[in-house]
Design a protein around this ligand. Structure first.
Ligand code: MTE
Ligand code: HPA
Ligand code: MOS
Length: 963
């Protein structure tokens, strides 16, 4: 259990805002810009300062030290200087007796603006080359050539949204001034040392005057790696100015409007792949939305580049990363730190490749996996020495029953028009270590008291992830005492100095060693060597792995969806604490699901965040947890020398949430034709899901529906199937792609679209018009003439289906009719067999035969008007006569055959004459058995003789009925 578990649920866990306020504590409020981009011509805060209850107001000019808190580049003024660069930019801060007073006072400022045109689009910032950091590239092989050489190519733009951290405890800081300029800052931060150094810089004092302490955070998720510094610094400056303790806490709306989030990204990805879906080349351009300042965007974007391979060996890979400057919040660390975004785009590519090839995306994923002995070097040159995912995927496929459910879903979707299900299995390979080498260090201080109890201090911070219980367990183990003897102390820069952030999932890995080493330990991760200049080497100590299979159901009328089941297999090495790690896996997965599904950040065209509260920003709730949720550990010790051979678990499970997104895409894909692209960006909100379903449906509106296609195939209507039987070079389709063209040019399927398809449709319509029953092949050279950008060849096969040169009505379904049907099965003669006895129809009809059940065949004659020939052989002679009489009188059919004896033919002739039918018409009634050659002593030959005779006559006749 978590060391604070009971305190969390009983409400007795002390967070920064719960610390009893020292007497005289003032409350601060930050007034921020309500313009996305503007020049600040003049700020007059005199009315604010004069407001009763206000103790101090600070603007940029009142900062005693340096007005800058940029953690990587000095590009981030604490309070706006000259320009407001986003809607939410802190302008000035007020300290007053209470929050209400501070707020009211801040409204009295007079600010003169020159409003400028904000840049809100990542693409357009990229086009203008507006970056907050240098553009970076990583590559292996020759992606450009690899793309040209590949049999198939895909090029698409993708987007993935950002994410608000939505820590339950918002950003907060309490600064308490001490004697001689000393100041203690209690702040909810993942990086106390950086806050200490930053506050000293802003205050213009030396480091030893600032003490930063954090007992615990109510969640950080990366949002408190750098973003807490602003609150700490503002409260510290106000505390120093007033000589009083000052607390600053953003409410939820202000927190969401002011602080940075996960970077939203756009990407252009081009992949070269073969018929099986193996990707040989990938060229990706990553555009990270840095927001108005650099913050951690450069390392975030680097991590995205490091994870562009995810679990896949791609021989030729080039990835370019740009940190684009826009007038929005300055985006920052968030669980996965760019890794999720980098992986997501490649997963989109793999999913699209699989769909184009008509393959199960899980199979294409496995095909592209790293291997153990070959194909095991990343694009930046680090060996993947312990690739566990082949084993793990096999295990997960079994435990989740993946392939059985895949088949069940296919059937379900075939039978359900409104509700559709989807399934996806996705892998994660995540690099463990800070990519900035110097961050990979930690320290600890253990105080042992005479009664044998122990105080454990270290540089790591507790944000709910269970670092403290894990360190206590290790310390207890090393010291040989009961964990109850150990107190985990609040993290304090005065106890363990100059620490790294608790981030990059490395808290446990880094902190445990010094804890285990000695009373005052220090540890640095070994084996890291990465060359920033050449972008090659080994930035990670090891990789953590995981795989998840998620099943969803969507309502195609509303776009709403539910997770039905999730199965996870995750690799924690030797887990230090399975209860804690399970929490990390479940929580990470759900947070990842939220990122890619319901959590959407919407800015209006003025650059104002519209979704700044839980009413409009939707994080997953307990109702969104899949009802079947199986989490398993992959029990295998870490190959690297980590504490008890464990593996870091904080961030990697976050990316398992991708399986939910791809399950949604799979469900939406049930509305697409085979080989057709599904276009779904993240987050896949119900709106986006619905829009894509609607788009797919409208594309298919002129297309044949499955039921119609079935009707075509069962013989009612002629059509042509067009099949791609051969391709070379870069063709817009793959061999095997199929399309059906109906009489009016209605379509099902596709042979790749564009002018190639247009030309194939025209050709098919011509064939239908000509009643052409022959197979054809046709070869196309692709290129500019067919509107294709790249060269290649495609060979098409045209197969006529149900083109009937003749239509024959069989009156009566006796044994002769049955024989005729079987003799003519599969020919270009379409048969209609008419009878009033349903049980008499042949049980297995060939596709060119249909039945007509009727008591009164004569009345049905108009229905049969497209038949050019009739054979009459009912079980009732008088009915036969009625049919013959009607046919001759109305001059129906070009060929009229009577089955029966010569005597029957004579009797009919006599009766017909009596009814006034002319002799030349009566001559049309052909009765082969009445001829000498077909002697009635051989009645068993009749079934063969009729078709034979019929075909002979047909071949000599030009029928008027046949268009
Ligand atoms: N778990 C909880 N409950 N709360 C958090 O804020 N942060 C995540 C992850 N798990 C977080 C969490 C992030 S972003 C990181 S980097 C790691 O925990 C940090 O802790 P660790 O390095 O000790 O794993
Ligand atoms: N992960 C998380 N936080 C970081 C990193 C990283 O790789 N580098 C610097 N801060
Ligand atoms: Mo985690 S994003 O590295 O704080």
């Amino acid at each position: 259990m978590h060391d604070s578990g009971l305190r969390h649920v009983s409400g007795s866990a002390v967070y920064t805002d719960d610390i009893p306020e020292p007497a005289g504590t003032l409350i601060a409020y930050v007034r921020y810009a309500d313009k996305a981009y503007a020049r600040i011509k003049h700020t007059d805060t005199s009315a604010v300062a004069a407001h009763p209850g206000v103790a101090a107001v600070i603007t940029a000019t009142e900062i005693p030290g340096i007005n800058n808190i940029g953690p990587v580049f000095p590009d981030e003024p604490l309070l706006a200087e000259g320009f407001a660069e986003y809607y939410g930019h802190p302008l000035f801060a007020v300290a007053a007796c209470d929050l209400k007073t501070a707020r009211e006072a801040s409204a009295k400022a007079r600010i003169e603006w020159e409003v400028l045109e904000p840049e809100l689009s990542v693409r357009s910032a990229y086009e203008k080359q507006q970056f907050v950091a240098p553009v970076k590239q990583m590559k292996r092989g020759d992606a450009d050539k690899g793309l040209t050489d590949a049999p198939h190519r895909l090029k698409k733009n993708y987007r993935v949204g950002g994410q608000d951290h939505f820590y339950l405890e918002g950003q907060v800081s309490l600064s308490v001034p001490g004697e001689d300029g000393e100041i203690t800052i209690y702040v909810s931060t993942q990086h106390p040392s950086e806050v200490q150094h930053m506050a000293a810089k802003v205050l213009g004092v030396s480091h030893h005057k600032v003490i930063v302490e954090v007992r615990r955070m109510g969640g950080g998720f990366g949002g408190k790696e750098t973003q807490a510094a602003a609150l700490a610094c503002i409260s510290a400056v106000l505390a120093v100015k007033t000589g009083k303790p000052v607390k600053l806490r953003y409410d939820r709306d202000d927190d969401m409007i002011i602080t940075g989030k996960r970077h939203d990204f756009e990407a252009t990805a081009e992949a070269g792949y073969d018929d099986n879906g193996r990707i040989s080349a990938l060229r990706t351009l990553l555009l990270a939305n840095a927001g108005w300042s650099a913050d951690l965007s450069l390392p975030v974007c680097s991590r995205a580049m490091f994870h562009t391979d995810n679990a896949y060996y791609i021989e030729h890979l080039k990835v370019t990363g740009c940190c684009c400057k826009t007038n929005t919040v300055s985006n920052t660390a968030f669980r996965g730190f760019g890794g999720p975004q980098g992986m997501f785009f490649t997963e989109q590519v793999i999913d699209d490749v699989a769909r184009r090839l008509g393959k199960d995306p899980a199979d294409v994923r496995k095909l592209n996996y790293y291997d153990k002995d070959t194909r095991n070097i990343t694009h930046y040159g680090q060996p993947v020495s312990d690739f566990e995912l082949n084993d793990m995927t096999r295990m997960l496929e079994q435990s989740s029953d993946y392939y059985t459910r895949r088949e069940e879903i296919k059937i379900y979707n075939g039978q359900n028009e409104i509700f559709r299900r989807g399934l996806a299995l996705t892998p994660v390979k995540f690099g463990i270590s800070f990519t900035v080498k110097s961050y990979n260090q930690a320290g600890a201080l253990i105080n042992i008291y005479p009664d044998g109890t122990v105080q454990l201090n270290h540089g790591g911070t507790e944000m709910g992830q269970g670092l403290f219980i894990k360190t206590a367990q290790v310390a207890a183990d090393v010291l040989g005492i009961d964990p109850a003897q150990i107190r985990c102390m609040a993290t304090n820069t005065g106890k363990v100095p100059n620490t790294s952030a608790t981030a990059a999932s490395s808290g446990t890995d880094l902190t445990e060693w010094p804890v285990s080493l000695s009373a005052t330990g220090f540890y640095r991760t070994p084996d890291l060597n990465y060359n920033e200049e050449t972008a090659t080497g080994s930035p990670f100590y090891y990789f953590a792995y995981g795989a998840a299979a998620t099943e969803v159901i969507i309502d195609s009328l509303t776009g709403e969806y539910k997770l039905l089941r999730a199965d996870i297999l995750h690799d924690c090495g030797n887990s230090l604490n399975e209860a804690i790690d399970r929490g990390q896996i479940e929580g990470g997965y759900i947070q990842g699901v939220g990122w890619l599904t319901s959590e959407e950040l919407v800015w209006n065209k003025e650059g104002r965040l519209l979704t700044h509260a839980p009413s409009t920003y939707k994080i997953p709730t307990c109702r969104d947890i899949p009802p079947i949720f199986n989490v398993d550990f992959y029990h295998k010790p870490n190959a690297k020398d980590t504490i008890f051979k464990s593996k870091a678990v904080g961030e990697p499970p976050f990316m398992l949430g991708m399986s939910a997104f791809f399950a949604l895409k799979d469900a939406v894909g049930s509305f697409a034709a085979p080989g057709e692209d599904v276009i779904l960006d993240a987050p896949a909100t119900p709106e986006r899901v619905l829009m894509e379903i609607e788009r797919l449906k409208s594309v298919h509106q002129n297309a044949l529906k499955p039921a119609e296609l079935y009707r075509l195939y069962t013989g009612a209507e002629p059509f042509i199937t067009v099949t791609v039987i051969e391709t070379s070079g870069s063709a817009p389709c793959r061999a095997g792609a199929k399309m059906a063209v109906g009489q009016t040019g209605r379509l099902a399927g596709s042979v790749g679209g564009g002018r190639l398809e247009h030309s194939a449709v025209q050709h098919s319509i011509d064939m239908l018009k000509r009643c052409d029953v022959n197979l054809h092949t046709e070869e196309f050279s692709l290129g500019a003439s067919l509107g294709q950008c790249c060269g290649g060849r495609v060979r098409l096969l045209y197969e006529p289906v149900n083109i009937f040169q003749h239509k024959l009505a069989l009156f009566g379904s006796g044994h002769i009719a049955k024989e005729i049907i079987s003799v003519l099965a599969g020919t270009s003669v379409r048969l209609t067999v008419i009878d009033n006895r349903p049980t008499e129809f042949p049980t297995e009809l060939p596709s060119n035969c249909r039945t007509l059940l009727t008591e009164d065949p004569v009345a049905e004659m108009p229905v049969l008007k497209d038949c050019d020939a009739a054979l009459i052989m009912t079980h009732d002679h008088s009915l036969d006569f009625d049919i013959v009489y009607d046919a001759l009188k109305e001059s129906r059919f070009d060929f009229l055959g009577l089955i029966g004896s010569a005597k029957k033919r004579q009797r009919f002739e006599y009766l017909l004459r009596g009814r006034g039918i002319a002799d030349e018409d009566i001559a049309r009634l052909i009765c082969p058995s009445a001829l000498k050659a077909y002697a009635p002593q051989n009645p068993e030959r009749l079934p063969l003789q009729y078709p034979h005779r019929y075909c002979n006559i047909l071949s000599q006749t030009k029928f008027s009925h046949n268009r």
